[in-house]
Design a protein around this ligand. Sequence first.
Ligand code: A3P
Length: 327
Amino acid sequence: EEYRSDSEIDNKLKEIMSSVLGKKGAAVTDLYQYEGFWCPLARLEGTLRAQKHFKPQPNQVILSSFPKSGTTWLKALIFAIMTQSHVSEPTNPLLTRLSHECVPFIEFDFRSSSPKLNLDVPLVATHISYTSLPKSIINSGCKIVYLCRDPKDVLVSTWHFIRKVLVNEEFSAVRDIPLEDAFEFFCQGLSFCGPYWDHLLGYWRASSESPERILFLKYEDLKNETGYWVKKIAQFIGYPFSLEEEDKGVVQKIIDLCSFENMSSLEVSKNGMIWLEKNGVNTMEIKNNTFFRKGKVGDWKNHLTHEMAMQLDQILEQKLSGSGLTF
Ligand code: A3P
């Protein structure tokens, strides 16, 4: 849907808010359904505004992901790839700024009164579903790199994140939700940007149709074969490494710079924070260290029972059946 004016966007928001209200506890705040996906209000507002106003730069690269799939990491990797000649410099922004500062989310940026997406590096991120992406992105044919992750790890990672991020007492009911309840919600599709499987399938199908436009990645693959995928991503987005750069070990430098161990031990990650802003006003602070927990594949084994894991695997198998996508 296209909205012609900002007041139409405001009306649409009111309409969505009054029609379908998600269940409390499923995510950071109440979730609203928009174009088939559950969305927190702040993101929804930014999504509608981005649908109207976002204009990709020439050679724009879009990093899209399901939340808690390793976005913080992939932002850093792609930013480093796109600025590869500066990787070893002490002024590299990734050494002093969280990757979320270097690479903004479209839907957060368009919530503020003055979007800042005027960047030297044409890279932006989003959690918006493929269906709801601004048409300007689809029409421009710009490159999209999509990242997802084993839903069991996504669920566990989200659960921990919410517990750390929601410091205000007003959120205590959501924050203190038992993992079992979060699991139930997730299985019903009620999660931040969920249903999980629909988010994946949207990008998966688009990537199957246009593999030159959308690269579909999994956190597990990126973890297991980081070097291979860094080169693949670089080639895909049009920033391939020269033989000379490869000889100089640039790929390994990027991997080391963005590794969990290195990124999480930087001063900015340990003690910094970012603010979510609305209309020029800071509305919520997030400590940067909440974006770094374990960074491992399969930590769900320490949290979910065998039965829970089987149940979620079965749901996924059924939802993804026939698509060619498996976990
Ligand atoms: P865990 O909670 O399982 O540790 P997102 O960035 O999309 O919010 O995802 C967060 C997840 O990515 C967290 O997973 C976090 O620890 C992990 N992560 C953050 N930085 C990482 C890095 N440099 N390498 C690998 N994983 C990383």
